[in-house]
Design a protein around this ligand. Structure first.
Ligand SMILES: Cc1cc2nc3c(=O)[nH]c(=O)nc-3n(C[C@H](O)[C@H](O)[C@H](O)COP(=O)(O)O)c2cc1C
Length: 344
């Protein structure tokens, strides 16, 4: 293994050494028995390629176009909570490193950094939102994101309630250990105690139109595993569908995203973009996702673990994963990310 590939492969171990047990548990945990979380990586590893040969791969372009915006990376940063518990610079380090790499950053509505500060880095960013029972309560947060330059809104639809997690023995629950100022700074003080601020149990297709109206932004639906839900999302106006099981943190025993992606692509590919996340750890995983028809992939735990080393860590992650992806594309006879769709 090259030194850079070793650096990437050892991210989890270095995070375990550097962070408190409660934070490590939070980053890595899955729901319930972690069946889904445990299967994600292997599902990508089971994909086999039929590489193309006799194609000039002198120049390989790994970039993709996401909702009309050119990303130099075929992978974006997925939304994750508690980045400032991983590194004091949190979302700002993530934003600077992703801007430098020409990538796309999705910011959790739970972020511990103001949207204005994130937007000021110049990164191309999308807001991720959960909607509350009383939708109108979300409006100030949405307005702040729009004012700070968010270019799309990603509605997470797999979280009517937060999936139950079992902390390991003797590991305190993270919420009891972290400073509350490290999250949800883009909501008004006292928001969580308002009647109607709990997560909506009645999300439906109409919420996509509501979000688009309120923000004027394209809406991405995150957390789809079934083809008919992808079709319903597109019929309700979604610009993209994001195949995700929330990193195995919601319904345990949900199917691996690698196995759900082809049906979603078959159902809506060409009408809306399709993204995927869950268990992507190497450039070969990126190639597998592109080969199954994804327009781009997103990374949850990898950038969080790299964030232990701050902006430089996230920059190193983008560099190494891009290098691995270009290498994989070249070996597969692909001149561009989109060529990978012919590989299976
Ligand atoms: C620590 C952690 C926090 C997360 N927080 C959010 C969140 O605030 N909003 C959201 O939509 N998804 C959240 N996710 C899910 C990620 O966006 C993504 O779907 C998942 O992590 C992808 O799997 P991977 O970690 O194997 O790459 C979180 C995931 C992790 C690991």
């Amino acid at each position: 293994m090259t030194a850079e590939a070793r650096w990437l492969a050892d991210l989890e171990q270095r995070a375990r050494d550097a962070l408190s047990p409660a934070v490590v548990e939070y980053l890595l945990q899955g729901a319930r028995d972690s069946i889904t979380a445990g299967e994600a990586v292997d599902a990508w590893g089971a994909i086999r390629f039929r590489p193309r040969v006799l194609h000039d791969v002198t120049h390989v372009d790994p970039g993709v176009t996401l909702l009309g915006h050119r990303s130099e990376l075929p992978f974006g940063v997925a939304p994750t909570t508690l980045q400032r518990a991983v590194h004091p610079d949190g979302e700002l380090a993530m934003a600077h490193a992703t801007a430098d790499a020409g990538g796309v950053l999705v910011v959790s509505s739970n972020a511990g950094t103001s949207f204005a500060d994130i937007g000021a880095t110049g990164v191309h960013w999308w807001l991720q939102a959960y909607l509350p029972a009383d939708r109108t309560l979300a409006e100030p947060m949405l307005e702040r994101a729009v004012a700070a330059g968010a270019r799309a809104v990603v509605l997470t639809v797999d979280t009517p309630v937060v999936g139950t997690k079992y902390a390991g023995p003797d590991v305190p629950v993270v919420w009891e250990t972290v400073d509350p100022d490290l999250l949800r700074v883009n909501f008004d003080a006292g928001y969580d105690d308002l009647p109607g601020a709990e997560k909506a149990l009645d999300l439906g297709p109409d919420d996509l139109g509501w979000l688009a109206d309120r923000t004027g932004l394209p809406v991405v639906v995150k957390g789809v595993l079934r083809a008919e839900d992808a079709v319903r999302s597109v019929q309700a106006g979604a610009a993209a569908v994001w195949v995700s099981n929330h990193g195995g943190r919601q319904l345990d025993r949900s199917a691996a995203t690698a196995s759900c992606l082809p049906d979603v692509v078959a159902a809506i590919g060409g009408r809306a973009q399709v993204y995927v996340d869950g268990g992507i750890r190497t450039g070969l995983d990126v190639l597998a996702a592109l080969a199954l028809g994804a327009d781009a992939v997103f990374l949850g735990r990898l950038p969080l673990l790299a964030l232990v080393e701050g902006r430089d860590g996230v920059a190193a992650l983008h560099r190494e994963l891009l290098r691995q992806t270009v290498d994989a594309l070249r070996l597969a006879g692909c001149r561009a990310a989109a060529d990978a769709v012919h590989l299976l």
